[in-house]
Design a protein around this ligand. Structure first.
Ligand code: NDP
Length: 330
């Protein structure tokens, strides 16, 4: 059983020396627990926050101990009622091959209904993030024009497609390569898209959204947020989901210089955490599940193989190596 430990708190970009892949005994499940052999591990941008000691919404990873994260695996031994060997569960003991998990902290998933990795992405945490952030936090309504950054990623690609399927007047996305931009236009049905590395975001956004934006779903922060405020329409809403452009900064990043535009536009900017919106999970699965099954909503995954590549996969998400949800297959 191999597991990833955090050895030191990264300063700036995480370095391989901050981590170690450690050999550990396969744990023995206690009463009420199941032993799970993990099949897919999730790597997510928020994990960067947990590597630092700064106070945040999730407790820091402990030094010298195994890290955590979303995972899906097969129960190989059960000491809990309601779960037996052969069942598949979603749980939170990732970054390792085997985990003993309290059954109450698992969700049983059906490998026949969807590929196991989908429970980490399109039908899981990142999918619900897109759904809740767009519909609840940003109060999306039919006819809105919607701009989303990180648009080829797990959350962003779903935000744009949900907006399209629910009657957005225009869907605009930004991403970090021309290949990703083509995917947004050709496969995900965005009306306009641009590569933020090709020129100033504000200019490219004005061109892509000449009539402005009613909703901005922010995955990136920085220039993107400032540009979106600049293009915000009357009564516009900005849902702050993430700010990946600043996660490795060692100094606080300057804020947008044009916040006063919120007065003129009566604009609203609001952060949210998916953890507060799990009441929407059944509605999310009911509405989005059939779109995924029919192909109306498309998704990609970037699959990295092997526990030894778990760290590289995580770093890859921060670099933008991924299209859609990044997962590690064991
Ligand atoms: P993604 O699949 O979108 O992967 C992250 C992407 O961010 C990369 O692929 C990369 O794509 C992009 N990126 C990296 N650096 C920059 C940069 N400097 N500027 C612009 N884009 C950059 O990850 P997720 O879908 O899992 O997460 C997306 C966002 O949502 C993150 O900010 C994350 O923290 C946040 N989040 C928030 C949650 C909440 O509850 N509030 C829950 C889940 C996620 P590219 O090639 O386009 O640069």
């Amino acid at each position: 059983n191999r597991e990833w430990h955090l050895l030191s708190r990264p300063v700036g970009w995480p370095k391989p020396e901050d981590f170690a892949l450690v050999e550990a005994p396969v744990p023995t499940p206690g009463e009420g627990q199941v032993l799970v052999r993990n099949k897919y591990l999730s790597v997510d941008p928020y994990m960067r926050g947990r590597m630092s000691a700064a106070k945040s919404y999730a407790a820091p990873f402990e030094l010298g101990k195994v890290m955590q994260g979303g995972a899906v695996g097969e129960v190989v031994e059960s000491r809990a009622e309601g779960l037996s060997a052969g069942d598949h569960v979603l749980h939170f003991s990732g970054w390792r091959e085997y985990a003993a998990v309290d059954a109450k902290n698992t969700v049983k998933v059906d490998p026949e209904a969807a590929p196991l990795s989908a429970y980490l992405g399109v039908l899981g945490m990142t999918g619900l993030t897109a759904y809740a952030g767009l519909l609840r936090t940003a109060s999306f309504k039919e006819g809105d024009s919607v701009f989303v950054s990180g648009a080829a990623g797990a959350v962003g690609s779903q935000v744009g497609q949900i907006a399209r399927l629910k009657g957005a007047s225009r869907v605009i996305g930004s991403a970090g390569s021309d290949e990703k931009v083509r995917l947004l236009l050709d496969e995900y049905g965005f009306d306009a898209a641009f590569n933020y590395k090709n020129g100033p975001v504000a200019e490219q956004l004005r061109e892509a959204a000449p009539d402005g934006v009613d909703v901005y779903f922010d995955n990136v922060g920085g220039d993107h947020l400032e540009a979106a405020i600049g293009s915000l329409n009357q009564g516009g809403r900005i849902a702050v989901c993430g700010m990946i452009s600043v996660y490795n900064n060692t100094e606080p990043a300057p804020g947008p210089k044009n916040l006063a535009r919120l007065i003129q536009t009566r604009g609203r900017i609001e952060g949210f955490l998916v953890g507060d919106h799990y009441d929407l999970q059944p509605q999310f699965v009911q509405e989005v599940g059939p779109w995924v099954a029919s192909g109306a909503l498309k998704y990609r995954e970037t699959v990295v193989e092997g526990i030894e590549n778990n760290l590289e996969a995580f770093l890859g998400v921060l670099r933008g190596d991924n299209i859609g949800k990044m997962v590690v297959k064991l």
